[in-house]
Design a protein around this ligand. Structure first.
Ligand SMILES: [Zn+2]
Length: 497
């Protein structure tokens, strides 16, 4: 009988968002409650449980400990991070007689002081479990560190963007863990760091060039000696010292093959680096495009994407629309300007400062004369069935602009966030979503035009607009003439020839 310790710790930290993440932002499950909460989902943990349950019943017993996950946000406060790490490690100490561990991680956590929480967690877990197998699954937006690679036997990354393979990733990780427990394999990992940050549509694995690199990883995983492979591009909004892109390939006791394959994929990524940048349109130009478009123009404001960890209270596009002649109607959202509207009541006309207050270095409030059209209080349902928690909501109208003001930041990706509050996106000339790509299934059917807008914000795809202080330098595209990571290797081989 193999007893397997299970833990989850996930958040994608956006360090350019000044609002910190607190302990209360994490949804936490403990012990058997984890099984109940996750079994019916499409998550990594569910995928792993599926494999464990289908393995001979007398062979595997799982020991669920703590599962903690939060939506994206600013750096995690030290006390909060400490409490999370300590609770997982305490459980591991109490169960140190397990035979192995599966950790479900994101990989891009950042505390105020600890910039590599996953490396810390894996290293401490290694100290507790000795040489017993440890496998971790990670997001391909993870910040890969030496500590993570050294402490884990195998890291198993996602293979899709937008991410739709959580369940499969958990299955891949669980299968490898069972092979390790049975002593069938001896993993060896090669890593090729790439001094590049990437963004843009070519990263969509189903349609973009990045999908070819992932395809190469999958061929390796399907080969006899291949165990795990991935391109860990890092979350560009987690500005910590190890932020860059990486290729990792793990083989069964064949370090040369791992090296060779990792280098092949690394070269492919490096050679295509110019392609992996976002093509953005200025706000003014975007408004002109909307003006001359028949039907709905969708503005993608990825810079204020709450799903990526931004504050959700950007008023940049609102200001631009108010400041010029615009003959059509517009629909946008903003957090958290609702208090005055609630005091005034529906039907009243008021002048309110519209945010941002959460990210005051980037946005200053603008006074807008509005009519309070409708007020709401309470949750609504997103397209995937999960609950949106906007707190109090006010629908405000400033001439031709409808503004959805929410007390708390919400995901503005699908249509339900608007429809739940009586606003129908197809009736507008412009709709602003706060999302880089996830909006597409909901808006492609109704939009005549989709424009990725170059607005300011803590999660801007215009990477040069962000105040990077900590990441690997020099790095593409922030710096000029970044030296190819393959230059030394190439000149070595030419000297030898
Ligand atoms: Zn991700």
């Amino acid at each position: 009988m193999f007893r397997i310790l299970i833990a989850e710790l996930k958040q994608e930290t956006a360090t350019f968002n000044p609002a910190p993440t607190t302990y209360g932002d994490f949804q936490i499950h403990a012990g058997d409650e984890i099984l109940r909460a996750y079994s019916e989902t499409r998550t990594e943990l569910a995928g792993a449980f599926d494999v464990f349950q289908k393995t001979r019943t007398d062979e595997i017993q799982i020991v669920p400990t703590i599962a903690a996950a939060a939506v994206s946000g600013g750096r995690i406060l030290d006390a909060a991070l400490d409490r999370l790490l300590t609770s997982i490690l305490d459980q591991a100490r109490r169960n140190s007689d397990v035979d192995g561990a599966y950790l479900c991680l994101h990989g891009a956590l950042a505390g105020v002081s600890e910039v590599d929480p996953e490396g810390h967690l894996l290293t401490k877990l290694r100290e507790i479990l000795g040489d017993k197998p440890i496998i971790a699954s990670i997001d391909l937006h993870a910040i890969l560190t030496d500590r993570m690679i050294e402490a884990a036997d195998i890291l198993v990354p996602y293979h899709t963007y937008p991410h739709v393979d959580h369940f499969q990733t958990g299955r891949r990780a669980a299968r490898l863990l069972i092979r390790l427990l049975r002593r069938e394999i001896k993993p060896t990992t090669a890593r090729i760091p790439l001094p590049m940050l990437v963004r843009g549509d070519e990263l969509i694995t189903a349609t973009g060039r990045f999908g070819e690199a992932i395809g190469m990883c999958q061929v390796i995983e399907e080969s006899a000696a291949g165990l795990a492979a991935g391109v860990i591009i890092g979350n560009p909004f987690t500005d910590v010292p190890d932020l860059q892109s990486n290729v990792i390939v793990t083989t069964d006791n064949d370090p040369e093959l791992a090296r060779e394959k990792a280098e092949e994929i690394g070269r492919f990524m490096w050679d295509n680096r110019e392609l992996f940048q976002a093509q953005l349109t200025s706000i003014d130009e975007a408004i002109q495009i909307a003006e001359s478009t028949d039907g709905l123009t969708l503005f993608s404001d990825a810079a204020d994407a709450t799903a990526s960890g931004a504050s959700g209270d950007s008023n940049a596009i609102l200001k631009a629309l108010l400041g010029r002649e615009f003959s059509k109607t517009a629909l946008l959202s903003i957090a958290p300007a609702v208090k005055t509207a609630f005091n005034a009541g529906p039907g009243t006309r008021i002048t309110v400062p519209l945010e941002g207050t959460r990210d005051p270095d980037r946005f200053t409030p603008v006074d807008v004369a509005v009519k309070v059209e409708r007020l709401f209080d309470g949750p609504f349902e997103y397209e995937d069935g999960s609950e949106g928690r906007p707190g109090r909501v006010a629908v405000l109208v400033a001439e031709n602009i409808h503004i959805l003001a929410t007390e708390n930041p919400v995901f503005v990706v699908g249509q339900n966030v608007f429809k739940a509050h009586g606003l129908h996106p197809e009736e507008f000339g412009v709709v602003v979503v706060k999302s880089p790509n996830g909006f597409r299934p909901w808006y492609e059917p109704i939009a005549a035009n989709i424009v990725p807008v170059d607005a300011p914000g803590s999660t801007s795809a215009n990477l040069k607009s962000l105040p990077f202080k900590n990441c690997v330098r020099p790095i593409f595209p922030l710096d000029e003439n970044v030296v190819s990571p393959f230059v030394a290797r190439d000149s070595d081989s030419s000297q030898g020839a």
